[in-house]
Design a protein around this ligand. Structure first.
Ligand code: 13P
Length: 288
């Protein structure tokens, strides 16, 4: 069931768990994530970066595929189709394409410009029944060409953006996209605590979910995080399983070259990663 992310995140915040956003790249990714969410009776958010949208030939293709797949697979749990780190132009494209949720990442603009653009997009998204995420304080690392330094957001600026009526707020707390370096200082819980105190019931979003230790994830949820984004970890699981298949020479046996066989171990590995994260985030059974 394709829905805006608003209600599922409000419930998550009130119930002290988090909904996972898993980024998609193709049909296999989407199918694995949807089937796992349905099996575990968990709400889920499918994240689409601008790069992944382009790879899949455009946001219209993505929206059509996700809507059709959701229906054909008989998915009954709430699913939000969400633009990840959207530009101003990308947000408009996804609004037109039929996404149910967008993220406008204005964190690299001066705060006044972030406020102005976010305000405009909040009005449009809400008029269309869509949810919207905004960002303050860039997330570190690189994701599909979006590079950030990993700063900690200013809680006062977070309040300014939260007050614009966004449905979820991504705030930098030392989190980084991709693998964490060995010398990573960890999440800044003091920053997160200060942000939650200023923003109250606002569901907070933790980007860079790959590789964050379980105890830090749990603490972040206890301090108001209600959405956690995972991208790289599914890519790594897919890669590892596919490598094993090839290295074992399975593609050379019988019809092992058939893409439906070749991609199957990777697709199963994505399911296992999504399951592990949903269990850790506490969203299992919340869509019953
Ligand atoms: P990771 O790739 O580090 O899991 O980050 C995902 C993310 O934050 C998507 O916006």
């Amino acid at each position: 069931m394709l829905v805006s992310a608003k209600e599922m995140l409000e419930k998550a915040k009130a119930g002290h768990y988090a909904v996972g956003q898993f980024n998609i790249n193709n049909l296999e990714w989407t199918k694995s994530i949807l089937l796992t969410a349905q099996e575990l009776k968990s709400p889920v958010i499918l994240g689409v970066s601008e790069g992944a949208g382009k790879y899949m030939t455009g946001f219209k293709t993505v929206a059509a595929m996700v809507k059709a797949m959701d229906e054909e697979l008989g998915i009954t749990v709430p699913v939000a189709l969400h633009l990840d780190h959207g530009t101003y132009e990308g947000c408009y494209k996804c609004i037109k394409a039929g996404f149910t949720s967008i993220m406008f990442d204005g964190s690299h603009y001066p705060i006044e410009e972030n406020v102005a653009k976010t305000t405009e997009l909040v009005n449009i998204a809400h008029a269309m029944g869509m949810s919207i995420e905004a960002e303050v304080g860039a997330i570190g690392g690189e994701e599909d060409g979006v590079v950030g330094t990993g700063e900690c957001a200013d809680p006062a600026e977070c309040k300014m953006i939260a007050d614009l009526g966004v449905d979820m707020l991504a705030a930098g707390i030392g989190n980084i996209h991709g693998k964490y370096p060995a010398n990573w200082a960890g999440l800044s819980f003091d920053t997160l605590d200060a942000i939650q105190q200023k923003t109250g019931d606002m569901p907070l979003v933790l980007h860079g979910g790959t590789g964050i230790p379980a105890d830090m994830i749990k603490k972040a949820i206890s301090l108001g995080v209600a959405k956690i984004n995972v991208n790289t970890e599914c890519q790594l699981s897919f890669q590892e399983a596919t490598r094993k298949y090839i290295e074992a020479g399975k593609d050379l046996e019988g019809k092992g070259f058939d893409p439906r066989k070749l991609l199957a171990p990777g697709a199963e590995a994505i399911k296992a990663t999504v399951k592990e994260k949903m269990e850790l985030f506490g969203s299992v059974g919340k869509a019953e």
